[in-house]
Ligand binder design. Structure first.
Ligand SMILES: [Zn+2]
Length: 394
């Protein structure tokens, strides 16, 4: 595995920079050659404020010493300039934020509003990477994560500007955001990579990342959506196995009642608009029938008791398997990724899986392994986002 990464760099770092026209900030500046043409284009205007929805359909928010409810917000968005390090509390959860808060009344939803924080991106990022990584992890992992998070947030901002009142949420379906944090390694990583983003064809890429890829990279087109911005080489995954396979966490098991899992899939047919989920009557086993170019499953087949089969998209299966269905008991064993197979064991289905999350782009556990073996944040990003250019805002 390690060799493959070395092969990824056929020349020395200096030659690599010259050959690829790569310009990076921070640690590599001293290696910069006169032959490299500096990028002239401004990618985005500083300071970019990222709009983070920190409260959805809120009924009240405490900002400093003031409480805002629908009555005080009214029917049009209300902007509140914050003093530095203001405490914002929504439903007993408090974040410290500097910047601006905009309260957006929700149409057709009585007495509720969204709470959106507008924060300069470099001030926003430490609270993201502190929420995404363990505090004791390697500084190079933090720096790689900072660039991925900056690219993801900026791409989302550019995509949603004028279309939506927020760019990102503050939870795991988007990027974690803890508010202002004191974690020094997070601040250092953001400072070291200040303004650095990942590009392809001069566009900032939505640099997806997940907790653990399970060993094989996913494509954004299979795992996220067929949107045009997902059809680029940096989001098609690296060839070969990832280093996260050296960690126990890359593999998991889930024991699920075959009958309840079947009912859950049936119940998801309508809300997910996948009629074939309603046709499943029994589940005997689940296996991969189609993979991406790296060998990661994209299509699963569900075998029934009487040799009937149902082919489903792997990512749809995961969504349905973890869905909350009011008429069914809550699931105990989560299905952590679409990289899986399952075999009936008595009345249960024993599922073996690899990875946590969608598996596109940077794998956090793999990045930590790479950093531990001496790879730099630039090396880590080049491995997880093939053919992306690492570029400082010029
Ligand atoms: Zn991995």
């Amino acid at each position: 595995m390690y060799k493959k990464i070395i092969e990824h760099y056929p020349c020395s770092r200096r030659e690599f920079i010259v050959a690829s026209g790569l310009f990076v900030a921070g640690g590599l500046v001293s290696c910069r050659s006169e032959e490299i043409e500096r990028p002239k284009t401004r990618i985005f205007t500083e300071p970019t404020h990222i709009r983070v929805r920190i409260g959805k359909n809120a009924q009240a928010v405490t900002i400093g010493d003031n409480i805002f409810t629908h009555t005080s917000v009214g029917n049009t968005p209300k902007t509140i300039e914050l003093k530095p390090k203001t405490k914002i509390t929504i439903a007993e959860k408090t974040k410290t934020i500097s910047g601006t808060i905009v309260l957006h009344p929700k149409e057709n939803m009585d007495d509720t509003f969204d709470v959106v924080a507008h924060i300069p991106i470099e001030k926003y990022l430490p609270g993201v990477i502190a929420g995404e990584l363990f505090a004791h992890w390697h500084p190079e992992t933090f720096s790689a994560q900072a660039v991925a998070a900056r690219s993801y947030a900026t791409s989302s901002h550019l995509d949603r500007q004028g279309k939506s009142h927020y760019d990102l949420t503050d939870g795991p379906s988007s990027q974690m955001f803890l508010g202002e944090v004191a974690l020094e390694v997070a601040h250092r990583a953001v400072e070291e990579t200040k303004g650095v983003v990942l590009l392809y064809n001069n566009n900032i890429i939505p640099a997806y990342y997940s907790s653990c890829c399970g060993g094989l990279a996913a494509n954004a087109t299979d795992a996220i959506s067929l949107a045009e911005q997902h059809k680029i080489p940096p989001l098609q995954g690296h060839p070969g196995e990832d280093l996260c396979t050296s960690l126990d966490i890359h593999k998991w098991k889930a024991n699920r009642s075959a009958r309840l899992l079947r009912k859950r899939l049936n119940a998801c047919a309508k809300p997910m608009n996948i009629p074939k989920f309603a046709d499943i009557r029994t589940i005997r086993s689940i296996e991969s029938v189609e993979t991406n170019q790296h060998g990661r499953p994209t299509q699963l087949v569900i075998h029934g008791r009487r040799s009937e089969t149902h082919e489903v998209r792997a990512r749809d299966f995961v969504r349905a398997a973890n869905a909350t269905i009011p008429s069914l008991p809550k699931t105990k064993d989560r299905v952590w990724s679409s990289f899986l197979n399952g075999e009936k064991n008595g009345s249960n289905l024993s599922i073996t899986g690899f990875g946590i999350g969608h598996g596109v782009g940077l794998c956090q556990y793999g990045a930590q392994e790479l950093a531990g073996r001496g790879e730099t944040w630039e090396d880590i990003l080049s491995w997880y986002y093939p053919k992306a250019t690492i570029l400082a805002q010029g």
